[in-house]
Each structure stands twice: as structure tokens, then as C-alpha cells.
Design a protein around this ligand. Structure first.
Ligand code: ATP
Length: 455
């Protein structure tokens, strides 16, 4: 990045650009918003879909991974078996002075709401004894099936998509005739009643996950853990993550069922944060579901004649958190030279989202240089043709330089301009977002050109 903003400036600029250009809106904004919930606008939904689509293609277009889409509401026993009813809680404390509510294990990250101490970290108030004792708060949202709100009808909004995969292990294996090692993947919404939501899309109460559970012979668990760790890191890099902004974080303290755990972290403007976890969950989940449901979830290897409960290697990424990471990674500001109408040269700041072309919400902007000589008709016909395959945007308002800037802010990798040369030789200019260089291309080659650059 070439910008010289402070870190909090950058977050504010990204939040404001997100609203201005239609990436992210606050949920129920006209009613004052709903904390921890966001809506994806026209550009945001395209970016999110492209992220999910690239993940889906990468993870399920393989011989040994199947996709599913399980329901959000599940049998309540699922969450007893998984340990969520008993353990899925965070320690919560209240500040007696400002009445703020915090996660006790994240005080150094939270700002205390105490008016006299704006910007002060909550950990300071804790040290001064202003907090209540910590209480455990279960993060699952509870609701009821049917008209009666009794305990027997209680169900939960799933806090992760993984359990929908474990309970379908037998169904998927039998219907797809997969042999171990194989995986099951799904993308879907998850809900957590987080005590503190903060940092924009980083910690929200409703979000999407992209999870894949890979079932292996227990003797091969380490090999597959290493394999998926590398695959997942490479996926982020291949879609344009800056190598300096992404790293592994090994867990020193493991969950009681886990044998190994590593996070992929991204450097957000407010600091490093997890975007994906890769875990060796052993046979914990399948054994617990066997125990709680009374149905055997095992695997029989016809070759070795061995019967065993597979180990699970999990790759668990947040689609919404990855979205935010890709947005931060793409955000850039640079000083460029600007030619004024009187011939003089000055400089201006260009804001540009340098998305990987496959992720970019709009693939090309199409402009007539001027609105005469039939240039608009040609630009419209190029737009109609490309729109059958790509999300493209027609724009004929204002100077071409302004139109480029607007597309730069949306992260559009190519701008196609119809000019007077088009009228004589059917060529158009294609301007590249990152280098701002231009080349001439025959207009009937545009589809093939964009396909090769954005696939
Ligand atoms: P954290 O420690 O940040 O709460 P976690 O370790 O509880 O995360 P997991 O349960 O491993 O997270 O969930 C897998 C992924 O789901 C995370 O890497 C993250 O990308 C995403 N995720 C989890 N909680 C949230 C949330 N509240 N908002 C947005 N994304 C989330």
C-alpha cells in the first residue's frame, strides 16, 4: 500500500467507502441500525459471492470433497453432543461505573465507555476494580419451534456450520460412495450472540462461514493437517492477499479434543486477527454424535478390513471476515499526476481497490469517449454483449478521467472506451486499473480477453 494514513483513519475510510459505493450498509439503518449486523449492498454482494464461489470451486471441485447445504435449525441434541450447550460461552463482565459490558478475556482490545476517559482501554478500569465478577454467557441464540415457548421446543440458530457436516457423514459417504480420505464442505450462515461486536465486519452476530471437514485414517492425521494448512494459505495468496499481511498463528493452548490448531491471520488496520482456523479435531465429533444419537458413525476399510472412527481435519473460514480482509488488502491510495484543462499538471489522490480480477464485483466499465457520432450505441452494444457473461457497468456521464476514478473506487479491473478510432477500425482502448496503462483491442475479442483475465 502506498497510503500514509494512520490505522484508524484507514478503517474509517474503508467503512465510509463501503457505504458510499454500496459494499456494506448498517442493518436496519433507517431505524438506527442493529448492532453487530450488516447488509451487503450491490457491490458487496457481488464481492461476497465471488469469494464464496472461488472457495467453492477450490474446495469442492475435487475428486475427494463433496458439498452440502444443511439447515440452520438442527435437533437440539446436536448442540449437547458438540459441547456448545455446556461450553460455548465467553466470560462477561460489567463496568459498574459506565455500565459497559465486556468480554473479560479481551479487555485490552475493548475501549471503556467511561465518558471521562475516551479511548481508554477497558483493562485499565478492570485493574482499578471497577468491574463485576466474570459470568459465563452462552453465545448461542435460542428460539422455539412451534407456537409454544416451552423448554421442550427450544432450538438454536447454529453457531457454526460444521455440525451439519458431522451429522450427515453417513448420508454423504453412502450416497456419494466416497472412501476415506474424503471431505464434506459447506457455506452458510452462522449466528453468535457476541458480547462485544466491533471492528466493522470482523466480529458480527450474524455471519457466513466456509467450512470443510476432511475425514482421515487416524494414522494419517498429521500429513493431512499439513496438506490443508498449505492449501488454505495458498488460496488466500492466489486471490491476491499480500504475503506480508498474512501469517500462521500456532495455538499454544488447544481445546481438550484437539490435537493441533493453527490460525491464518490477516493484518487488519486495527491489528492481526484470525480469518481461518485449521484444526485436527481427532475423532471427538463423530464419537460424540455416535454416543448422543445412538447411531454408529464409523468407517470400514474394505482393503485393510479395519473399522475405525475417522479423525477430522477442519478448515474453517469466515466468508464475511475474509470479505473484510480482502477489502482491507485491496484498499490503496496513491498520488498521481493530473492534467488540467489549461495544460498544467497537478497531483491528485487516487483511491483504488486492487481486488484480484476474479473477485472484483464489476469486471469492466464501458464508456463512450464522447456522447456523439454513434459512440454511445457502440458502447451500449458492447455492454449488452459482455453482460451475458460478466457483471459490467455502462457509464457516459462526466469526463473520462472521472469515470476511471469511480471505477477505481469500486475495484473494477478494466475500463473499455469507445473513441473515434473505434468508428474506423473497430478497436477500443482497455485501461488497466492498477498500472493505468492502456492498450487497444478489437472489440470482438473483448469477451475472450476478459475471460482470460478474470477467470
Ligand atoms: P474468534 O476467536 O475471533 O471469536 P473463533 O476462534 O471463535 O474466532 P471459529 O469458531 O474457529 O472462530 O470460527 C471460524 C471462523 O469463523 C473464524 O476464523 C472467523 O473467520 C469466523 N467467525 C467466527 N466468529 C465470527 C464473528 N463473530 N463474526 C464474523 N466472523 C466470525
Amino acid at each position: 500500500m502506498s497510503n500514509k494514513n494512520t490505522k484508524s483513519d484507514t478503517t474509517e475510510k474503508i467503512v465510509s467507502l463501503s457505504k458510499r459505493r454500496g459494499f456494506i450498509f448498517q442493518s436496519s439503518e433507517i431505524y438506527g441500525g442493529l448492532n453487530g449486523c450488516y447488509d451487503y449492498g450491490p457491490l458487496g454482494v457481488e464481492l461476497l459471492r465471488n469469494i464464496k464461489e472461488s472457495w467453492w470451486r477450490e474446495m469442492t471441485y475435487r475428486e475427494n470433497v463433496e458439498g452440502i447445504d444443511s439447515s440452520i435449525l438442527m435437533h437440539p441434541r446436536v448442540w449437547e453432543a458438540s459441547g456448545h450447550v455446556e461450553h460455548f460461552s465467553d466470560p462477561m463482565v460489567d463496568c459498574k461505573e459506565c455500565k459497559g459490558r465486556f468480554r473479560a478475556d479481551q479487555l485490552d482490545e475493548s475501549d471503556c465507555g467511561n465518558k471521562g476517559f475516551k479511548g481508554r482501554k477497558a483493562v485499565k478500569c478492570f485493574e482499578e476494580g471497577k468491574f463485576t465478577e466474570a459470568r459465563n454467557f452462552n453465545l448461542m441464540f435460542k428460539t422455539h419451534i412451534g407456537p409454544l415457548e416451552e423448554s421442550s421446543s427450544a432450538v438454536y440458530l447454529r453457531p457454526e456450520t460444521a455440525q451439519g457436516i458431522y451429522v450427515n457423514f453417513n448420508n454423504v459417504r453412502e450416497s456419494s460412495r466416497q472412501k476415506i480420505p474424503f471431505g464434506i464442505a459447506q457455506i452458510g450462515k452462522a449466528f453468535r450472540n457476541e458480547i462485544n461486536t466491533k471492528n466493522f465486519l470482523f466480529r458480527t452476530r450474524e455471519f457466513e462461514q466456509m467450512e470443510m471437514q476432511f475425514f482421515v485414517n487416524p494414522e494419517e492425521d498429521s500429513k493431512w493437517f499439513d496438506y490443508w494448512k498449505e492449501q488454505r494459505y495458498n488460496w488466500f495468496i492466489n486471490y491476491g492477499m499480500d504475503k506480508d499481511k498474512i501469517k500462521f498463528h500456532e495455538h499454544e493452548k488447544l481445546a481438550h479434543y484437539a490435537k493441533a490448531a493453527v490460525d491464518i491471520e490477516f493484518e487488519f488496520p486495527f491489528g492481526w486477527g484470525e480469518i481461518e482456523g485449521i484444526h485436527n479435531r481427532t475423532d471427538f465429533d463423530l464419537k460424540r454424535h455416535t454416543e448422543f444419537s445412538g447411531k454408529k458413525i464409523e468407517y470400514f476399510d474394505d482393503q485393510t478390513k479395519e473399522r475405525f472412527t475417522p479423525f477430522v481435519i477442519e478448515t474453517s473460514a469466515g466468508a464475511s471476515r475474509s470479505f473484510f480482509a480482502f477489502l482491507c488488502n485491496a484498499y490503496d491510495e496513491e498520488e498521481i499526476k493530473k492534467e488540467n484543462s489549461d495544460g498544467s499538471v497537478s497531483s491528485e489522490t487516487r483511491t483504488v481497490l486492487r481486488f484480484h480480477p476474479s473477485l472484483a464485483p464489476v469486471k469492466a466499465g464501458i464508456f463512450p469517449l464522447v456522447n456523439r457520432d454513434g459512440m454511445q450505441d457502440i458502447a451500449h452494444s458492447i455492454t449488452d454483449d459482455l453482460r451475458k457473461t460478466f457483471n459490467v457497468f455502462y457509464d457516459d456521464s462526466g469526463a473520462v478521467g472521472r469515470r476511471y476514478r469511480r471505477q477505481d473506487e469500486c475495484g473494477t479491473p478494466f475500463c473499455i472506451t469507445v473513441d473515434s478510432e473505434t468508428l474506423t477500425d473497430n478497436s477500443v482502448t482497455v485501461r488497466h486499473r492498477d498500472s493505468m496503462e492502456q492498450e487497444r483491442i478489437q472489440k470482438d475479442r473483448l469477451k475472450e480477453y476478459l475471460k482470460s483475465k478474470t477467470d
